[in-house]
Design a protein around this ligand. Sequence first.
Ligand code: NAP
Length: 172
Amino acid sequence: MRSGLKVVLVAAVGENGIIGRDGQLPWRLKSDLQHFKKVTLNRPVIMGRKTFESLPKPLKNRTNIVLTRDLGLVAPGCVLATSMDAAFGFAREDAQQRGVDEVMIIGGSDIFTDTMAVADRLEITRVHAAPEGDVRFPAIDPTVWRESYRQWRPRGPDDDTDFTILTYERAG
Ligand SMILES: NC(=O)c1ccc[n+]([C@@H]2O[C@H](COP(=O)([O-])OP(=O)(O)OC[C@H]3O[C@@H](n4cnc5c(N)ncnc54)[C@H](OP(=O)(O)O)[C@@H]3O)[C@@H](O)[C@H]2O)c1
């Protein structure tokens, strides 16, 4: 599916596993959006159609690959993919052109679940809140994933709460 391409999942996850509510993020965390930008910049990003619709516009300086089964979807500035294999194909080509070796998977729920088994790294923002919501991140199995980085970030003026940036690599 992905030969030579590292697959990185990037998500902000509440203490209760929640990542979204009513098609949006369940918190305001400007500092984490800056972190998200830094982690994903100049790389291909793969997202589901609903995540795409949650954005005000396509993410700048990244190739936005949007998964949908709707052949009529109009998404200017994005690459549409009707299967995960097709999305990885576009990502591989784009990464080569950019001279990078990774694709960033940026949600939502099914996309994270479908790619966890082939992921090389998880870039998780653990949001120190437990909001109500309707979309979750899959469980991070401690026998599969080893924490390799952790940084606590205090709440900034445009943040609802503190958060912790975590990187997980494959344990074996
Ligand atoms: N906290 C975070 O880090 C984070 C990250 C991302 C998203 N979110 C939140 O999560 C919510 C959106 O996520 P979601 O899970 O509801 O939806 P989503 O994964 O963004 O989008 C689901 C849609 O993607 C398409 N799709 C999924 N798998 C596909 C496949 N294998 N082949 C082709 N198309 C496929 C389908 O689109 P069609 O229906 O068009 O066929 C499906 O309805 C929002 O609340 C958003 O704010 C949070």
